[in-house]
Design a protein around this ligand. Structure first.
Ligand SMILES: Nc1ncnc2c1ncn2[C@@H]1O[C@H](COP(=O)(O)OP(=O)(O)OP(=O)(O)O)[C@@H](O)[C@H]1O
Ligand SMILES: [Mg+2]
Length: 292
């Protein structure tokens, strides 16, 4: 039977992007880009967010594409963000279909039918952006200002630095924590919030023991979910502002349950019940967690 440590390493590997997923993402990015280019004045575009940072979990969906708008589209900046998001939504619907395109708070999502196909990206979030100094401004339909500043470069640098000081295990652990969140119907929203907490709460050095590190993370995240968590680049609104107090109470409970479940699994391992411990981790993290 596989050891707990090997099981976590295998699980980590299963949450990594495959070459075929990356090829599929790149192909669809090009397709979306060339269409966006036809419809709008686009300066440049790039894949970003957790996909680019390697902190995205599986199944692979909501890959972010920033489309940086050029001079001809600047007029949208002086209008409410709904105008720009609406214009992007309308155009994308014409190509990808009414049912596959949805306007969101800061982006427009495009879904693809990938039923039964492995290594395919299920959906993209198209984020129209404007250059601002050395970073970007993007629409935010839920705040009165209408626009937020963001710097995906800084987020990427912080994730890379955290990973380096955590023996290269930080990104893998973030993917696993996000997988737990998905498995439990997203008690924490957005999943970027979990990543931001992990910057603080996964304290280096990595002690080599995944269960202890997860237990400590879930425990401290439960304690601190109601704190104000600023956006790590110090540009956008706090990442903790998307959840209501009730949702945070529910999230605290879910995080506490996760911490207790890991503690019980550790006890099972101590008693030599390795198979039961693996089953317990699978209940927490889902069926991608290996039993053998
Ligand atoms: N409050 C914020 N202020 C500024 N930038 C933000 C904020 N929230 C998110 N971002 C940036 O926008 C990117 C895309 O946001 P999104 O919610 O898709 O998160 P994500 O990190 O890609 O996680 P997920 O795995 O859920 O897609 C983030 O990676 C981050 O760089
Ligand atoms: Mg994203």
């Amino acid at each position: 039977m596989i050891s707990v440590r090997d099981a976590f390493q295998k699980f980590r590997g299963r949450l990594e992007l495959t070459q075929r997923e990356q090829d599929d993402a790149s192909r669809r990015q090009k397709d979306i880009r060339s269409y966006m280019d036809e419809c709008f004045d686009i300066d440049r575009d790039f894949l970003t967010g957790s996909y680019k940072r390697w902190t995205k979990t599986k199944p692979l969906k909501d890959v972010d594409i920033f489309c940086v708008l050029g001079e001809d589209e600047k007029h949208y900046r002086s209008k409410p963000p709904a105008e720009l998001l609406g214009a992007v939504e309308k155009k994308l619907k014409e190509k990808y279909g009414e049912d596959c395109v949805r306007r969101q708070r800061r982006s427009v999502s495009v879904e693809f039918d990938v039923a039964g196909q492995e290594d395919r990206v299920m959906s993209f979030d198209v984020v129209p952006a404007f250059d601002k100094d050395t970073h970007y401004e993007i629409p935010d339909a839920k705040i009165s200002e209408g626009w937020i500043d963001t710097d995906p470069e800084i987020h990427a640098e912080k994730a890379t630095a955290a990973n380096a000081t955590f023996s290269g295990e930080w990104k893998g652990m973030v993917r696993m924590i996000k997988r737990w969140n998905m498995e439990k119907d997203k008690p924490v929203r957005p999943s970027f919030f979990l990543e931001v907490m992990a910057l603080d709460l996964l304290r280096p050095p990595f002690n080599g023991d995944y269960p202890y590190e997860f237990m400590a993370f879930f425990d401290s995240a439960a304690d601190r979910i109601s704190d104000a968590w600023p956006e790590p680049a110090g540009l956008g609104p706090p990442v903790s502002d998307m959840m209501t107090n009730e949702e945070k109470t529910r999230a605290r409970q879910a995080l506490k349950e996760a911490s207790s479940a890991v503690r019980e699994a550790i006890n099972l391992s101590r008693r030599g019940q390795n198979g039961e411990a693996l089953q317990a981790y699978r209940r927490l993290f889902g069926t991608l967690f290996p039993l053998s």
